[in-house]
Design a protein around this ligand. Sequence first.
Ligand code: ZN
Length: 89
Amino acid sequence: MDRDTIRQKIRARLDAGTLPRAVPPLTKAGTAPPTTPSASIQADSAIGLARCAGCDDAGAGVTYRYPDGSIVRFHGRCHRIWEEECQRA
Ligand SMILES: [Zn+2]
């Protein structure tokens, strides 16, 4: 899948509200020391199985955990496109 196709998918999902428009906050006031991230990018142990929230293909290796417990996974490439689209919004 080419980059423009992925970008269009991600943009449509942002518009539809099925993808969050913001990267998770890295700190959560009051519940953790400021240096402890409440959400982080990390290697996923399920790599190879995890489905990408951007392009729907398996093998997503970037995982975002939001403070509310929801998880969004991307390929590295799709993640960068998502970030760009978030900033554009
Ligand atoms: Zn992807």
